[in-house]
Design a protein around this ligand. Structure first.
Ligand SMILES: [Zn+2]
Length: 233
């Protein structure tokens, strides 16, 4: 009587409603991303939300079929089905987010930074700090703005506006600050037990870190490096 276990599959109006609303949320998040100019933090939240709602129906259906095959009671019980499918969805979305979110940013209005002195500066200090040289991007924005990604591949983003208001030395301080964040991340990856922090999609953009400690450390690193460089000159 295995077939009986599948009785509630998809046809169940509760499951169908759940699947339809999940897809609707995924689409709504995507539309909001395309239509509005949003703060970065909200954008990352929407991308992550989109992924969660997009994957959820698939995980739900897989769980449903698995429950049906195993003849488990969850096949006809929406709450227990959701309880099984939700953690899996969150895990899959989080992993996907680590790739998708940086891709979203690197695809948006930016171009590779071609400023030779800046590139050389980053190269030199990445080597000194023992980190892989991050990619450098110029964002088409008049607002002075700098941030970095600390995903599997690191990147530093600097706006055109930043180059207009800061002199060379100040730009270098900004870069050192971002490099310090990237270094913080790689050391976290190596030693830290704070997995939540690494795998939270929101932690991808360095400036999201609420911890004033990381900001202060990055700043003091930047000024220490600059003082050192000055002495050598
Ligand atoms: Zn910072």
């Amino acid at each position: 009587m295995t077939i009986a276990c599948f009785a509630g599959l998809v046809i169940d109006p509760d499951k169908l409603l759940l699947i339809i609303s999940s897809f609707s949320f995924a689409i709504a998040a995507l539309l909001a991303l395309r239509k509005f100019i949003l703060p970065t933090k909200l954008k990352v939240g929407l991308i992550y939300g989109h992924l969660v709602f997009l994957f959820f129906p698939f995980v739900l259906l897989t769980t449903d079929v698995t429950c049906g095959v195993a003849c488990m009671p969850c096949a006809n019980n929406v709450p227990s089905l959701v309880a099984l499918a939700l953690p899996v969805t969150v895990a899959i979305s989080t992993l996907a987010g680590l790739f998708v979110i940086p891709a979203f940013y690197t695809l948006s209005s930016r171009r590779e930074l071609r400023n030779r002195p800046v590139i050389n500066f980053v190269k030199e200090y990445s080597r000194k700090m023992g980190i892989q040289m991050p990619k450098l991007y110029l964002i088409d924005k008049a607002k002075p703005l700098a941030f970095s990604f600390r995903s599997l591949k690191s990147a530093i983003f600097i706006s055109i506006g930043m180059f207009e208001v800061l002199n060379r030395k100040e730009i270098e301080a900004v870069i050192l600050h971002e490099l310090a964040h990237i270094k913080q991340r790689s050391s976290m990856l190596n030693f830290s037990a704070s997995l939540m922090k690494i795998f939270s999609p929101l932690s991808l953009v360095a400036k999201f870190h609420d911890s004033g400690k990381e900001e202060a450390e990055a700043d003091s690193f930047a000024s220490r490096m600059q003082k050192k460089a000055q002495k050598r000159r």
